[in-house]
Write a protein that binds this ligand. Structure first.
Ligand code: NAD
Length: 500
């Protein structure tokens, strides 16, 4: 690339030619960064470089924050009617749909996820989420509180201010939409940092933000390393709120950095979500959901139901049905081929990490029931891993306790409901969970007893932009999506009027 280019013409592996922004997006313009170094991004299916993008340093974070602060005060945003603000989000949603093929192509190229999943899942979901919050923009209001004849008391919902948003690489566009949608609906301005592994699709979205008509400075997108750009955003005194999706370890760092000016904070972090199968469950259905619940998106899902607990009487039958499902569904291959269900892992580091958990499982004495190695049959390159199933796993094992974030599942058996719930809760995490049973009384009882932000009864991971999403314990703070997602981006102001 020319050292100064902020947009490049690229040709994707599926033959699509398009213009890819590679600059920082500040004040509705793509600009160079103050740093000399650029971020290189790799196609994980071929291990070859796609391109490199500008990475933001402290000065660039400052510029973006100033732009976002200025936009908060500009009449073009501050005085914009909430309905018009909503219209901008609706327009952005329509533009995402118009550009669906380009966005899905970029996501597949940069992330490795199957194109059909990117198109029908990520891109379609991004448009729906933005449209949903566009609809909310002019329905966010306070209330009048009855407090006797001498006083009128009412509340108004106000924006929080400049929001720093730091996301990760597993669903880049969706994670951006989950954060941009509610923040903009509430009237905030944003400085968003995509993950360094997947910088491209959100930059393309930035261009659609400008085309939709958002005033300059309302949305700013900065790529860069977590420890540089991310840390500057988390600590910056001009940022009022920080919203983060990523690992629990980084979440802790961000809490510390954000404490400098006591930022409002919301965190979506890791998980090791349990899936319980009782002996009265529909086992075919349980195996189908359990498969997609852990193998979709190459297993790189924070809510992956990656710890399966099966009641003793149906343990063997379930394990057979689950493995049959993996064999019939998890076709590994070129992510641009329509038949592919599983693409490569995101990076060599994640690939090596998963292989090290496989070694750990073998070493600790679990039974390697399926997979257990790298998959080399896609052109001999790429970070592909065979779907891996460990059975006879016990609670003390590392592979039972720690999040692997890959096509990797552990299965163990239990005797009683009490034991199942106790073991499901024996974790520092509390994100998702699933329960399979035909006994609805038991289903609701277990749903109440499980320590998790979300429980799926007779399904797994069919999340929905209208339904709150988030965790308890060390899986996060606050909720995204649904009406609850608006709470993270608005403050309640109470107004007391003396009537005497
Ligand atoms: P990560 O925490 O390393 O990175 C996530 C983001 O944080 C990236 O943008 C990165 O650049 C940035 N970052 C890294 N260090 C930083 C620092 N010191 N200061 C500021 N920003 C920093 O994430 P990862 O380990 O690559 O991703 C996997 C994890 O994400 C898993 O634990 C998974 O469960 C979790 N996740 C959670 C959710 C959820 O909603 N709960 C969703 C998806 C993934």
């Amino acid at each position: 690339m020319s050292d100064l280019a902020v947009e490049l013409e690229l040709v994707a592996p599926n033959g699509l030619k398009y213009v890819q922004p590679v600059g920082l997006f500040i004040n509705n313009e793509f600009v160079e960064s103050s740093l000399k170094g650029k971020l290189s991004t790799i196609n994980p299916a071929t291990e070859t470089e796609i391109t490199s993008v500008y990475a933001a340093g402290p000065e660039d974070v400052d510029s973006a924050v100033q732009a976002a602060r200025k936009a908060l005060r500009e009449p073009s945003w501050r005085n914009m009617h909430a309905t018009e603000r909503g219209d901008l989000l609706l327009k952005l949603a329509s533009l995402v749909e118009e550009h669906a093929h380009v966005l899905a192509t970029i996501e597949t190229w940069d992330n490795g996820k199957p194109y059909q999943h990117a198109l029908q899942g990520d891109v379609a979901g991004t448009a729906k989420c933005l449209r949903y919050y566009g609809g909310w923009a002019d329905k966010i209001h306070g209330e009048v509180i009855e407090s006797g004849p001498s006083k009128l008391a009412y509340t108004v919902r106000e924006l929080v201010g400049v929001c720093g948003q730091i996301i990760l690489w597993n669903f880049p566009l969706s994670m951006a939409a989950w954060k941009l949608g509610p923040a903009l609906a509430c009237g905030n301005t944003v400085v968003l940092k995509p993950a360094e592994q997947t910088p491209l699709s959100v930059l393309y979205l930035a261009r659609l933000v400008k085309e939709a008509g958002f005033p300059p400075g309302v949305v700013n997108i900065l790529n860069g390393q977590g420890t540089v750009t991310g840390a500057c955003i988390a600590a910056h005194p001009g940022i009022d709120k920080i919203a983060f999706t990523g690992s629990t370890a980084t979440g802790r760092q961000i809490m510390k950095l954000a404490s400098a000016n006591m930022k409002n904070i919301s965190l979506e972090t890791g998980g090791k979500s349990p899936l319980l199968v009782f002996d009265d469950a529909d086992l075919d259905s349980a195996a189908t959901w359990a498969h997609s619940g852990v193998m979709y998106n190459q297993g790189q899902i924070c809510t992956a139901t990656s710890r399966i607990l099966v009641q003793e009487a149906v343990y063997d039958e379930f394990v057979t049905a689950f493995k049959d499902r993996v064999r019939s569904t998890s076709k590994i291959g070129d992510p641009f081929e329509d038949a592919t269900y599983q693409g490569p892992q995101i990076t060599k580091a994640q690939f090596d990490r998963i292989l090290s958990y496989i070694e750990s499982g073998k070493h600790e004495g679990a039974t390697l029931s399926m997979g257990g190695d790298a998959y080399k049959d896609v052109n001999g390159r790429g970070f592909f891993i065979a779907p891996t199933v460990f059975t006879d796993v016990t609670d003390g094992m590392k592979i039972y306790q720690e999040e692997v974030f890959g096509p990797f599942v552990v299965i163990s058996s239990f005797r009683t409901e009490e034991e199942a719930v106790r073991r499901a809760n024996d974790t520092t995490y509390g994100l998702g969970s699933s329960v399979f049973t035909r006994d609805m009384k038991r289903a609701h009882r277990v749903a109440r007893d499980i320590e998790a932000g979300m429980v799926w009864i007779n399904s797994s991971n069919d999340s929905d932009y209208r339904i709150p999403f988030g965790g308890v314990k060390q899986s996060g703070i606050g909720r995204e999506l649904g009406e609850a997602g608006l709470a993270a981006y608005s403050n309640i102001k109470s107004i007391h009027v003396n009537l005497i």
